[in-house]
Design a protein around this ligand. Structure first.
Ligand code: NAD
Length: 490
């Protein structure tokens, strides 16, 4: 059966569907960047609350900011905002559920004014975002918002029709101010350390450049809570679509599949209230930072620690890498000896158990997360997740050779040719530049790390350079597997 409101009752005989009357749910949240993750995470938590009769005034309206989000618009329109979320247990069992918390979807490029008005609507109290790490337009080294990025620069010109998240959100806030409607809270749910602080910086910087008075108003009136989010959500494949039809009888053009694990640690800082997220299992805390650092430096950095070595060793699926004892040993050693020493105490978390759970989550063969997904957009990830670990370990005199080796594995991967001489498709905003630089690796072994916009002044640190170049040379001479064996034996 096609997934529509009309067919919900029939679908409900096989698969859990919303138990609440969706026509009675009113919007309270606008979300920018309705991808797999938002649909596996915040929208799922709200659906959980709504099934318990709570948060019925916190329905979500989705907004797609990029031209390619037209596809999501088509699907969401055809399916009345409904989609199937399938949790994949490692034992092969599935937990499907039809999620109903997203009420509708707007495509900003097609109708920017409708997107702005959706956010200006006084019923909206939160604008949340999952627009990827790169979506914040921050210079990796200076940490500053890049005002001359072409899209941003265009949005900053007088009378421009907004195209970027910054332009759209700022214009919505301007309209609210002018109409006497209080500001919504801006809640970033992206994988960025201090995501609330970063969101505050980018939105107020943009707004100030556009209109200093508005920037001051936003800075005074908009709350930007920080949060840590976690649930491994790979991109949806055709096999996933086929499985939803074959196993559950639902024709869903864009289901979401993910692991069973889910976590959200959220700072309680909302200007106009929030859904009772804690009733759905969210940890609402005063200080998110220790949890964020734990997640970024253990989970996310480990993803980078496994993806380039794994790809070069011939693996294409994450669980195959994590199930290989050589890799698991390397990852645990990185986490224990390098990642963990940089963390502050994390209240209520047993870090040893957390590290082991990560290896078992990565090993879930049902999720079929791809190594390629983890290699994507590395230039946004390595500088934010791994470089800080290296810098802090250097400063404190701790070990960092494994993290330095991960940087070398990225440099080797970015050469764009694998160990069999086959091309690697490097997918990165700055892929061209990365590949061009990495191709100098053999003649100029520090060319890659000389890029200060990615690595800051690490290339000036002799200890780091020694570790990095040694691993890079070993990758060229012996390949990824033998290099990893040496690293694990140290
Ligand atoms: P996705 O590719 O399914 O969706 C990404 C969404 O972001 C799309 O709607 C896209 O249009 C939008 N987007 C990208 N760049 C943008 C920009 N510059 N401006 C506005 N919108 C932009 O990806 P996803 O799996 O939903 O992941 C999105 C983000 O969620 C990640 O980058 C990460 O920060 C966070 N996250 C993901 C996972 C995961 O396992 N997938 C886990 C934790 C956190």
């Amino acid at each position: 059966l096609p997934l529509t409101t009309e067919n919900l009752a029939a679908i409900g005989a096989e698969v859990p569907v919303p138990s609440y009357d969706r026509s009675q749910v009113t919007p309270g949240i606008v979300h920018l960047g309705v991808g797999g993750f938002h649909r596996a995470h915040q929208a799922m938590y709200l659906d959980r609350l709504m099934n318990d009769g709570e948060a019925l005034d916190w329905g979500i309206r989705g907004i797609g900011v990029l031209p390619h989000d037209a596809r999501m618009k088509e699907v969401m329109d055809a399916q009345d905002g409904l989609y199937t979320l399938v949790l994949k247990d490692p034992d092969g069992s599935r937990e499907p559920r039809v999620i109903g918390s997203i009420l509708d979807f707007l495509h900003a490029p097609a109708d920017p004014d409708a997107a702005i008005e959706a956010m200006a609507d006084p019923r909206i109290r939160i604008v949340s975002l999952t627009v990827t790490e790169g979506g914040y337009n921050i210079d990796a080294v200076t940490g500053e918002f890049v005002l001359d990025e072409p899209g941003v620069a265009a949005d900053l010109t007088d009378g421009a029709v907004p195209r970027t998240s910054f332009g759209l959100v700022t214009e919505a806030l301007r309209r609210r101010r002018d109409r006497g409607v209080p500001a919504f809270t801006v809640m970033s749910c992206d994988n960025i350390q201090g995501n609330g602080h970063v969101a505050r910086k980018v939105f107020t910087t943009f707004a100030t450049a556009k209109d200093a008075e508005l920037g001051a108003w936003i800075s005074e009136n908009v709350r930007f809570p920080n949060c840590m989010v976690d649930r491994i959500t790979p991109g949806t494949t055709d096999d996933d679509r086929a499985e939803v039809t074959d196993r559950f009888g639902i024709e869903d053009a864009w289901p979401v599949v993910c692991e069973p694990f889910v976590q959200w640690v959220l700072e309680d800082d909302f200007g106009l209230g929030r859904p009772p997220y804690e009733d759905a299992g969210v940890q609402v805390v005063d200080d998110v930072e220790p949890y964020e650092l734990m997640k970024l430096r253990l989970l996310n950095a480990s993803h980078q620690a496994l993806c380039y070595f794994g790809y070069l060793a011939g693996y294409r699926l994450v669980h195959d890498v994590a199930q290989d004892p050589l890799f698991a040993t390397f990852l645990l050693a990185y986490m224990e000896r390098e990642g963990t020493p940089t963390l502050a105490p994390v209240p209520g978390i047993d870090l040893d158990a957390y590290r082991r759970e990560l290896i078992s989550r990565f090993s879930n063969g049902e999720v079929r997360d791809t190594v390629a997904r983890l290699c994507n957009e590395s230039s946004d990830r390595i500088p934010k997740w791994l470089i800080p670990v290296i810098k802090e370990q250097i400063a404190s005199g701790g070990e960092f050779f494994r993290a330095a080796a991960v940087v070398a594995s990225w440099a080797r991967y970015a050469e764009g040719v694998d160990e069999q001489g086959e091309p690697i498709e490097v997918s990165d905003r700055i892929a061209e530049r990365l590949v061009a630089t990495a191709q100098k690796n053999r003649t100029d072994p520090t060319a890659f790390i000389a890029d200060r916009s990615l690595f800051g002044d690490l290339a000036d640190d002799e200890g780091f350079v020694a570790e990095y170049t040694a691993t890079l040379a070993s990758l060229h001479a012996k390949g990824a597997r033998a290099t990893l064996e040496d690293l694990v034996a140290r």
